[in-house]
Ligand binder design. Structure first.
Ligand code: PHE
Ligand code: NA
Length: 506
């Protein structure tokens, strides 16, 4: 290798950064609602099975590839087989696409953190979020589907998020990415811990917890519940789109991989459960305040949970301002540590391909992606674009990358044995033949089925009632753009030596 590779300073840096990537907005706004809608307490059964049969095994596959082939996703994939580089770039494209809108959500959280102090949102939090803050255009009605009408309240924090992200990236793995995680992860745990404990003491908290955890065992017979469990694990661990390949490539040569992987997986799920408890306890309080049965509450997942329902709840609490600040501060920290991980995937890939410094990569990527992000997501049509791109990137992009990775690496290149030996040669906790079965057979089957059924649903039912041409451009168009990007970059010549590499250990 031309330059010595950057490294985490130690095991703690690696583990905290990997947890920082995994613990994101999905833990806070996605898990509680998904669990509630898919069997409540009974959901924990398919969820744990999905964690063990697909989550941990694919996490190990990512680790093994990144650590053995010591490269960003395209380089590591190329070292497995010449044309797999295209899959690596497809993963990079997904990361880029996610980064451009994920920054916008962090920007919203930053604004709402600020608004917490004087409860700026008032009584009608739906109107505040959609009309006063986002100034959402009436698309399909009076307004066009795409505008350049900028919303300054979104634009300013969005630019700020990009500037900070560029600074962190250009500081490098140890002095940038790792530092952010060493600072934010403990802070996040404390802030969120205070929040959850406070929620538990609110009147009505037990109603929320009962609603979340009362098991509906019949749900286990429903295939959709199992798909939801695999989908949640998969999204939540951020596996199969290059992040964990990249992070593991900065792990020192003899660094243990399998036990840290378990720590990361269980920390992420633990945080999710913890968030479920906090969010539902707080929702139980809200139901009581509004005098409705828990089942009649609306807006209990996604952006609406965070930016409409939570503000409403905060307004009705004693010392709500503090609670709001802790909540939105937590969103910012959880989101930002995930953001740096996806951007590091892109940065590493371009550094290696074009033989440029991390500074050049940070400014180049941050510049181009930052402009796209601002044009697409800080205008009055940003919300609809964000919603559409998010749905396609997650349901079609990530899942297709995962299926392709398992099939190509295990079946086409037949590297299952080699990668398992690699894991075992550096780790104390050994993985058995079950691992090859899970990543080679079970995961591709389950995920392949999930992919087909989701594509079918999108083709037949569309999405959210948005115009078909719009879904064609922003949804399917994004996937087509990922493929074109991947092919073009594969065909671009390497400017750094890539084929002079000997895998280690032999
Ligand atoms: N795993 C993250 C979560 O649960 C999601 C994520 C998305 C992480 C994109 C990194 C990049 O929220
Ligand atoms: Na997560």
């Amino acid at each position: 290798e031309a330059r010595p590779r950057e490294e985490w300073t130690g095991q703690v840096g690696f583990i905290l950064s990997a947890i920082g990537s995994a613990v994101g907005l999905g833990n806070i706004w996605r898990f509680p609602g998904v669990a509630y809608e898919n069997g409540g307490g009974a959901f924990l059964v398919p969820y744990l099975i999905a964690l063990i049969t697909a989550g941990v095994p694919i996490l190990y596959l990512d680790y093994a590839i990144g650590h053995r082939f010591r490269g960003s996703a395209p380089l590591a994939m190329r070292r497995i087989s010449r044309w797999f580089e295209t899959l690596g770039w497809y993963q990079v494209a997904i990361c880029l696409a996610i980064a451009v809108y994920y920054t916008a959500v962090i920007a919203w959280a930053l604004s709402f953190f600020w608004y917490s102090f004087d409860l700026r949102w008032g009584d009608d939090t739906t109107t505040f979020f959609l009309v006063d803050y986002l100034q959402v255009a009436d698309v399909g009605g009076a307004d066009p589907w795409f505008t350049l009408d900028f919303v300054p309240a979104v634009l300013i924090p969005l630019v700020l998020v990009w500037v900070v992200a560029i600074i962190v990236l250009s500081a490098g793995v140890a002095r940038g990415v790792q530092r952010v995680n060493l600072l934010f992860m403990p802070l996040l745990l404390v802030a969120f811990g205070v929040l959850v404990v406070r929620s538990l003491f609110l009147p009505g908290a037990t109603d929320g917890l009962n609603a979340l955890f009362t098991p509906n065992w019949a749900a286990l017979g429903d295939a959709d519940v199992w798909i939801a469990a695999y989908g949640q694990i998969f999204f939540s661990l951020s596996i199969a789109f290059g992040i964990m390949i990249t992070y593991a490539s900065y792990r020192r040569r003899r660094g243990n991989l399998t036990s840290p992987g378990l720590v990361v997986a269980f920390a992420n799920s633990g945080f999710e459960l913890f968030a479920g408890i906090g969010v539902f306890a707080a929702l139980g309080f809200l139901a009581g305040q509004e005098g409705v049965a828990f089942g009649e509450l609306e807006g209990i997942t996604g952006p609406i949970l965070s930016f409409v329902t939570f503000p409403a709840l905060v307004s009705q609490m004693p010392a709500g301002a503090l609670f709001g600040a802790l909540f939105f501060g937590s969103l910012v920290m959880a989101g930002f540590t995930s953001l740096v991980s996806i951007l590091q995937v892109v940065s590493a890939a371009f550094q290696e391909k074009l033989s440029i410094s991390r500074r050049q990569a940070a400014f180049g990527i941050g510049g181009v992606a930052g402009v796209i992000s601002v044009l697409g997501f800080s205008t009055t049509t940003g919300l609809i674009a964000l919603d559409t791109l998010d749905n396609w990137a997650n349901n079609v992009g990530i899942v297709s990358a995962a299926v392709a990775m398992c099939v190509l690496v295990i079946w086409v290149a037949r590297r299952g044995r080699e990668l398992r030996f690699h894991l075992n040669s550096v780790s104390t906790l050994q993985v058995g033949g079950w691992w090859t079965f899970f990543v080679g057979v079970l995961a591709p089957l389950v995920l392949g089925w999930m992919l087909v059924s989701r594509i079918q649903t999108l083709l037949v039912e569309g999405y959210e009632g948005y115009a078909t041409w719009y879904l064609g451009v922003v949804g399917w168009g994004a996937i087509a753009a990922f493929v074109v990007f991947a092919v073009v970059l594969t065909l671009t010549p390497w400017r750094s030596p890539v084929d002079v590499y000997a895998p280690w250990p032999r």
